[in-house]
Ligand binder design. Sequence first.
Ligand code: ZN
Ligand code: CA
Length: 300
Amino acid sequence: MKNFTFKMRLSLLLAAMTLSAGTLSAQSKVQPCGTTEYTRDVSMKDPDFVKNQAILEAQTIEYINNKHAHKGAAADDDVKIIPIVFHVIHNYGAENVSKESILEQVAVLNEDFRRMNADTNKTNPLFKGIAADTKIEFRLAQIDPNGNCTDGIVRVPSILTYDAGNDVKALSYWPNNKYFNVWVVQTITNAQPGSIVLGRSQFPGGSNLTDGVLLRSEVCGRTTNYQNFGRTLTHEIGHSLNLRHIWGDANCGNDQVNDTPIHQDANDGCPVNKTNTCLGTVTYEMVENYMDYTNGSCQN
Ligand code: ZN
Ligand code: CA
């Protein structure tokens, strides 16, 4: 009976996939990031998350206020290395991404976080002086939680890949105090039916067991799919490290970062010399910022 139910579910799912594949190009809207909806959901369900976020915000303000005391300290100049693990949740299709794609993805991450990307010359001269190396580097894990050798890639067959939320995280997870978890899936569950979500992150302060990023398999690697150029994961890990969208998820909102300009709203495509008058005068928007929704080819 159990087997029958499973098969029924599978055939229904496959039928639904065939249907959606037929109508995909006509109806689907790309949503670069599903983190805002997810965060809203976590905030409602998990009072600890809200509390932890407030504590982290206070600590961050204190750190900034004391930054002169830290400046010049060796600890600030050291590159922080974060071991990363990719859990590829797949059903033997294209979502079972190659090791090569994952290596490319890690390379893009490190170029972007260390500002070693080849396209830094595209930064608006207005912002060149504040663009920075974050001194964070990601390395595929070499030792798994049991102390065995690993290439930092775990492959788990599951049909949950077709409609993935936090449920896939329970299939394969490494402790988040030692590893950064990325789950590669075919389709991320969406709060807005019919649209394609490229990535989804959890801000710090949520449950350890769901900490990390869900990444749509089509945007894993140095790929031009959905104009992401591998930068969906750069954006999502920005959220994991407590960065908000540059427009602060509101009209002329605040991203809580002083050296990024106020944005009117999310930008898409590749706007040139985009301005707003949020502050009463004309201000240029930093459309190159990874935390905007612009094309990956314009972010740097
Ligand atoms: Zn986002
Ligand atoms: Ca700002």
